[in-house]
Ligand binder design. Sequence first.
Ligand SMILES: Nc1nc2c(ncn2[C@@H]2O[C@H](COP(=O)(O)OP(=O)(O)O)[C@@H](O)[C@H]2O)c(=O)[nH]1
Ligand SMILES: [Mg+2]
Length: 449
Amino acid sequence: MFDTLSERLGSALDGVRGSGTLTEDQVKKVTREIRLALLEADVNYGVVKEFVGNVRERATGAEVSKALSPGQQIVKIVNEELANLMGGQASKLTFASRAPTVVMLAGLNGHGKTTTAGKLALFARKNSGKSPYLVACDTYRPAAIEQLQALGKEIGVPVYTEGTGPAPEEIAERGVKEARDGGYDFVIVDTAGRQVLDQGMMEEIQRVRRAVKPHSVLLVLDVVTGQNAVDVARAFQEYADFDGMVLTKLDGDARGGAALSVVSVTGRPIKFASEGEKMGEFDYFYPDRMAGRILGMGDVMTLIEKAESQMDRQEAESQSKKLLAGKFDFEDFLKQMQMIKKMGPLSSLLGMIPGLNKQLQGASLDDLDDKALGRVEAMITSMTVQERRNPRLLQNPSRARRIARGSGSTQQDVQKLVKQFGQMQKMMKQMGKGGPGGVPKRMPRIPFR
Ligand SMILES: Nc1nc2c(ncn2[C@@H]2O[C@H](COP(=O)(O)OP(=O)(O)O)[C@@H](O)[C@H]2O)c(=O)[nH]1
Ligand SMILES: [Mg+2]
């Protein structure tokens, strides 16, 4: 996602990142490159103009900071302005003062409404303790109803449907009543889209809206469609209006234009980000994190939060101490691996680490894939605790053979793992000492967090 834009902005900023001073010419040059990068990413022309103006003004203006070099300062400014462009603050769910809260989804066909309905139901239950209820109002496509029913089944949320016969507004009204009677407090109404924007859809949206008086109407936009999504958002705002947006397919090859343009074009917030086909791949949209990700600093906050929620902080501290003292053994390694696995697919996790993005585009990703991790895990779990605690025991070939048999790998694999692990231990020990060839004990500070 946003790969080209990240790269272009990154290289524009690389030139000044380390600068001790920033001349007017440098500012001009860098803002010109930013402008091109944004236009190339399909960001709305007016939006680009304003953005570049803001950055230039702030970069040449009186904004001084003792903590940052002028070069760092401009990175910070671009980061903040990108976040502002996407709304600045996350705009979280709000609930009706009288239950149930009704949320209506609208948008063109294929942009992800039905998928979002399921994801939002799961999200509201997990994050806000709501009991969700789904209402199927796409009366044009029987398959859409079945799709929603399948999703409902997957996440354990009831789906109200009357098939394709009745008018959508009638289904919606009865569906909401049914939810209220059943004690459900979060109702999501999935509506029908169209291939293209048309009057009929807008009118249908209005009728459903009048019938159920939703607490909020969310417009679902596929960011892969680029400027098309922006046009849809603008038209919707004009004819039907909405309260917030859901950006979908952020895992796809979006150039970034839609995400960076829709807020300023509509004045409405982006509420949610959908990043995959699985029900759990859904979260609030955090403009600051997205900006960090676009700038290639990695989504550090998300990463840290994910790690924190999975791992006890003290455990982490003691592990890193052990690591640096060279006392890190296979038992610790196994714990770490299991933690990483809990955090989600390894490749998506690695993409969040600053600076790793570019390197990972090479072949090295193969070495790090989840399958390889699984093989390593199988080997370690085949070791006795004693062996895990004292990897040197594994130099004994009969032990290596036993582990190979137990884990479905070869003796060479086991020996290779033990050897590599030994090298890693040595390297870590060196780092811990900060000795020659070592790195500082503290990781470098991540800019602007
Ligand atoms: N990769 C990816 N696919 C998505 C996402 N959201 C929806 N889809 C897929 O896009 C297609 C259309 O989605 P659907 O929910 O049926 O769209 P609707 O016509 O607006 O209801 C389906 O194949 C979904 O699985 C997303 O965030 N990422
Ligand atoms: Mg649908």
